[in-house]
Design a protein around this ligand. Structure first.
Ligand code: ATR
Length: 286
């Protein structure tokens, strides 16, 4: 049961998401289904906020008594100066996707990377300890994931990127946490040969460019875990080809659902109804 002092004096839990664009977000459908499954009275609303108006939006969140919001593209960095605290993960990634409002005191979190790792462990690779991991891409999505993976005790994380300098910069940031190295796409085949897990964080293969793939299937070792952050399509060309080689494949839907699950748990203190959330996203996609 939810504590009544979280209910904004209205008897209703107020939640939402700010972004630009926002109309295609699947977060409202997912969180509304979660509130229903939990039996918590409340609303999760999409809010269209333009760059330059993030500070005003955050002041509004406080004045209106929102318990929490998600922050999506392009505001994950811009929102930071308007918050009172950042948790360790958000601080180290340098981006916020979830805000908790505790009686007017705002704390920023980043649940993207930890949501991804929770999904990967539950759905494909239960133990990441001692594993050799290959991450393709070094953009915003990769940053959160590499940070979260580095806390799991991997043997090694390789970051391969089209722009190799960016891979090296990301690797340098967290080398205190794990053996992380940045490499070029030319070096990828040599390191992929003995990898246990391959993760695509780039947009290569995303709808509508479904015939693209970030790495040719003949370079992927048989039977390893192959994960793709893309969830439209649910099974990318990379995953379909890997599956044919006997790989354990993991799509991006679980990351989206679990970043939301962590956010909901921060807002409510209740365990998230993950299955209901996943079903709501699938329903909104069909
Ligand atoms: P996101 O927040 O989704 O990670 P991003 O920060 O723009 O978006 O990063 C996109 C990532 O996908 C980068 O690693 C990018 O490579 P570059 O750093 O070389 O730009 C990678 N990427 C995007 N399109 C690509 C393509 N056609 N081929 C290879 N890599 C691509």
């Amino acid at each position: 049961v939810i504590e009544t002092d979280l209910l904004a004096g209205t008897g209703s839990l107020l939640l939402g998401v700010i972004g630009d664009p926002i109309s295609h977000s699947k977060s409202p459908a997912m969180h509304q289904a979660a509130l229903e499954a939990l039996g918590v009275p409340g609303s999760y609303v999409p809010m269209h906020v333009k760059s330059g108006q993030v500070g005003d939006a955050i002041a509004g969140i406080k004045a209106l008594g929102f318990r929490g919001i998600n922050v999506t593209i392009p505001h994950k960095l811009e929102v930071i100066p308007h918050l009172d605290h950042l948790d360790e993960t958000a601080l180290r990634i340098g981006a916020v996707n979830t805000i908790v409002n505790d009686k007017g005191v705002l704390t920023g979190y980043n649940t993207d990377g930890i949501g991804y790792v929770r999904s990967l462990k539950e759905e494909a690779a239960p133990d990441l300890k001692g594993k050799k991991i290959m991450v393709i891409g070094a953009g915003g999505a990769a940053r959160g994931i590499i940070y979260a993976l580095s806390l799991e005790g991997p043997d090694r994380i390789c970051v391969a990127n089209r722009t190799a300098d960016k891979a090296e910069a990301v690797a340098a940031e967290w080398k205190d946490l794990a053996d992380i190295r940045g490499i070029s796409m030319e070096q990828l085949p040599a390191y992929l040969r003995d990898a246990d897990i391959l993760i695509n964080t780039t947009s290569v293969g995303m709808h509508p460019n479904v015939s693209d793939t970030p790495v040719e299937a003949d370079l992927v070792p048989d039977g390893i875990v192959v994960s793709d952050l893309i969830y439209n399509p649910l099974k990318t060309r990379l995953l379909a080809e890997a599956e044919q080689k006997g790989c354990i494949v993991h799509g991006g839907l679980g990351m989206f659902v679990n970043q939301g699950a962590y956010a909901l748990e921060y807002w409510t203190g209740l365990p998230a109804p993950v299955a209901a959330m996943r079903n709501a996203v699938l329903k909104s996609m069909s």
